[in-house]
Design a protein around this ligand. Structure first.
Ligand code: 5GP
Length: 195
């Protein structure tokens, strides 16, 4: 039985749905892993809200819902987020309705969120499965960040410092995976999710 504690109410649901938190620093390969996992029609990924500007190729409502800070703050005040956090100067949040819809439809829903948001979900939804993804070592992590070429050096440096902090939280997760080879990491997660 799934129990979701939210705003003083507890929503209980059957066994089929799964909420899967996936965290990991930029460069851990988390986005690539989620892309492969969501090729499986049983798996959906939550579309978060963010105040960050879209990168090249990112579409509103697909990768993220891109909104202004004032709009984000309005949604916070209206309790529309089940969790939200600031990451490198921008706000990111998961809407309550996304989660409720996934529970109702008994879906496997991936939340690819940062460690601060993940801790909030773990607290509110103890049955959620949490997975932390890491790169094999710091050099690989930095190289992957640089190879993305979408951020300038100052942003990469900032994200690297945040990455080191995030790694300290990996002990709070149910599973920690080292993403050396993408296919192996995906297989490992599929195993965890009994797919
Ligand atoms: P990026 O800007 O690289 O897309 O994401 C930066 C960080 O924000 C990543 O660690 C990503 O997982 C996290 N993130 C994305 N969506 C959410 C969300 O809804 N809530 C929280 N707490 N973090 C998020």
């Amino acid at each position: 039985m799934y129990k979701f504690i939210f705003e003083d109410s507890i929503i209980s649901k059957g066994e089929k749905g799964k909420l899967v938190i996936i965290s990991g620093p930029s460069g851990s390969g988390k986005t690539s892993i989620c892309k492969i996992l969501t090729k499986n029609p049983k798996i959906k990924q939550s579309v978060s809200y963010t105040t960050r500007k879209p990168r090249d190729g990112e579409r509103d409502g697909i990768e993220y819902c891109f909104i202004e800070k004032s709009e984000f703050e309005k949604l916070i005040n209206e309790n529309k987020f089940i969790e939200y956090a600031e990451y490198c100067g921008y706000l990111y949040g998961t809407s309550v309705s996304t989660i409720k819809e996934a529970i109702d439809n008994e879906e496997i829903l991936i939340l690819a969120i940062d460690v601060k948001g993940a801790l909030q979900i773990m607290d509110k939804m103890p049955e959620a499965i949490s997975i932390f993804i890491n790169a094999p070592d710091d050099e690989t992590l930095k190289l992957r960040m640089k190879n993305r070429l979408t951020e300038d050096d100052a942003v990469i440096e900032k994200r690297f410092i945040v990455a080191r902090e995030e790694m300290g939280y990996s002990k709070h997760y149910d599973y920690c995976i080292v993403n050396d080879r993408l296919d192996d990491a995906v297989k490992e997660i599929e195993g965890i999710l009994n797919l």
